[in-house]
Design a protein around this ligand. Structure first.
Ligand code: MN
Length: 527
């Protein structure tokens, strides 16, 4: 027996040459059967065009007998796509004729073969099903079309009868026989044995159609190919009946990266294709979805992130990169973030943080992440702006110690603020139209004693969406003709406001002490 392997890419051996495996996409047929999904005509054309451009080998465009709209979509796809287009049909003449009238390249006809479906779904008999199979395949072949036959629920069909029905289809001229694991109950070793056994019984090209009820769809599809099937069925993002089908991205990238095969498909469009189907199907992708999920190439842990900054193969498969599928690597900020990621993220965004800046920004990012918040890149930038524009602790005239606010719908917002001014602790309180205004009043009242500071500019931006967003507060001040401004960011808008004001005061005090009118913008800027 010849065993195929992928030297240097992991210890894997398989029995049959998978290098010419054909990828049959059923996003527009089984995928559209996802509960709640319905593609418009334009959606279907868009998805089909993309699959065609990428070089997917067969597109199952729909079930032409289903409705006039579906017929028109299949017909248009068959007409415009250069790849093979397939239409589904039950084993009756009306269905088969509709598929052929749509001028598909391949008619896919199917009938139940399992005892339970023959009895309870078809109300028929094994003999009758064999006859229907022969008649349907012959009808298609008589009209000069290519024909694929599926014994539905094959993996729950008694083997001897399965071999009989496959033989019947082959004798009637079927070009390829699909073995569907309709209810998703087979496992890879069993799929391998099933295809091997069928090949021994009936010499016809095989295809496999797998479902993900136990999370084994892609593994079962690959097992079918390893056993000598020439084609497998997939859908984009794995959408389809119940838990869905084998995902195109998983099967194609396994073939490309693990088996080291050139499928002929442009894999760099996979992420874009996935996003298109996610939007049009209304089925959101889990973050941890292999290959296309937002976490597929993301790293938060300090050790992993530092590793991939050095060499992405340290904590990624290496044989598959985000570039190969048109995705991107992300360093995610949060509780597990380390300084390497923070520095990398900031430098990529054009900041030049010092070691102290990086340490302080990392501390704040970890603290924010530790409170269960998602820390976005924008949050990190806002924190960086705030840290990098603040006056070093040793040079601070004024230092914020404490802010307390009380507010509500039937009381006047009040704030008490404790600050160090030249090493002396000062406390004051203020009222205002809201908690921020009250806190600013309290700070101004403290400052008023020693510094004549006026607020000339003040605005607040929410940096990221959600009620736990980081707010960035910008404050401009003026004192004796000197101007300064500062930013501060916090999840707490009042704290950010006081920090920004205190920082702006520090800048203006330093300017006054130096006697220069200095730059009229903040001393450190980011993009
Ligand atoms: Mn199916």
């Amino acid at each position: 027996m010849t065993l195929y392997s992928n030297p240097g890419k992991g210890i894997v051996f398989w029995e049959h040459d998978v290098s010419s495996a054909r990828i049959f996409d059923t996003t527009l047929r089984d995928g559209e059967q996802s509960p709640g999904t319905s593609f418009s005509h334009d959606d279907k054309i868009r998805i089909a065009d993309k699959l065609d451009e990428m070089g997917v080998h067969v597109i199952e465009a729909g079930f032409p007998i289903n409705s006039d709209e579906e017929f028109q979509a299949v017909e248009e796809i068959a007409d415009r796509c250069s790849t093979d287009v397939c239409g589904l049909a039950r084993v009756n003449e009306a269905d088969l004729d509709a598929a052929m009238d749509a001028e598909v390249d391949l008619v896919h006809t199917f009938v139940s073969s399992s005892e339970i479906q023959i009895e309870k779904s078809l109300d028929s008999s094994r003999e009758e099903v064999l006859e229907l199979t022969r008649d349907a395949v012959e009808h298609v072949k008589d009209h000069g079309f290519d024909c694929m036959f599926s014994p539905m629920d094959a993996t729950r069909t008694e083997f001897s009868y399965l071999a009989d029905i496959v033989q019947e289809a082959a004798d009637a001229g079927a070009d390829i026989v699909n073995i569907p694991d309709t209810v998703g109950v087979i496992r890879p070793t069993a799929m391998h044995r099933l295809i091997s056994a069928l090949k021994d019984e009936v010499d016809v090209p095989y295809d496999v159609h797998t479902h993900d009820d136990f999370g084994l769809a892609a593994a079962n599809a690959l097992a079918g190919l390893e056993a000598g099937a020439v084609q497998c069925q997939v859908s984009v993002n794995g959408i389809g009946e119940r838990a869905g089908n084998a995902a195109l991205e998983e099967v194609v990238m396994s073939l490309e990266s693990i088996y080291d095969v050139d499928t002929g498909i442009d894999t760099t469009e996979i992420y874009d294709l996935s996003k298109t189907v996610e939007r049009l199907s209304g089925i959101p992708l889990p973050q941890n979805k292999p290959i296309v999920g937002s976490n597929a190439f993301s790293h938060e842990s300090g050790i992993h992130a530092a590793g991939v900054i050095e060499d992405s193969s340290t904590f990624e498969p290496g044989i598959m990169t985000p570039e190969m599928v048109g995705h991107e690597r992300r360093l995610v900020m949060g509780k597990h973030t380390g300084r390497h990621s923070v520095r990398e993220t900031l430098e990529e965004a054009g900041y030049s943080p010092t070691d102290d800046d990086v340490a302080e920004i990392t501390k704040r990012v970890k603290s924010m992440g530790g409170k269960g918040k998602r820390v976005s890149d924008n949050d990190v930038h806002a924190i960086a702006e705030s840290v990098m524009s603040s006056v070093p602790a040793s040079e601070k005239t004024v230092d914020m110690k404490e802010v307390n606010v009380s507010t509500g719908n039937d009381r006047t917002p009040m704030a008490s603020v404790k600050v160090d001014v030249d090493g002396e602790e000062k406390v004051d309180a203020g009222v205002g139209v809201g908690p921020v205004d009250a806190a600013m009043t309290a700070v101004r009242s403290i400052m008023g004693e020693d510094y004549d500071v006026e607020i000339t500019d003040f605005h607040i931006d929410a940096i990221s969406g959600g009620s736990d967003a980081v707010a960035n507060v910008y404050v401009g001040v003026e004192s004796d003709g000197y101007e300064a401004n500062a930013n501060a960011s916090s999840e707490d808008i009042t704290v950010a406001s006081v920090e920004a004001l205190v920082d702006a005061v520090n800048h203006v005090v330093r300017k006054k002490a130096r006697g220069d009118d200095g730059p009229k913008t903040k001393e450190t800027t980011g993009p």
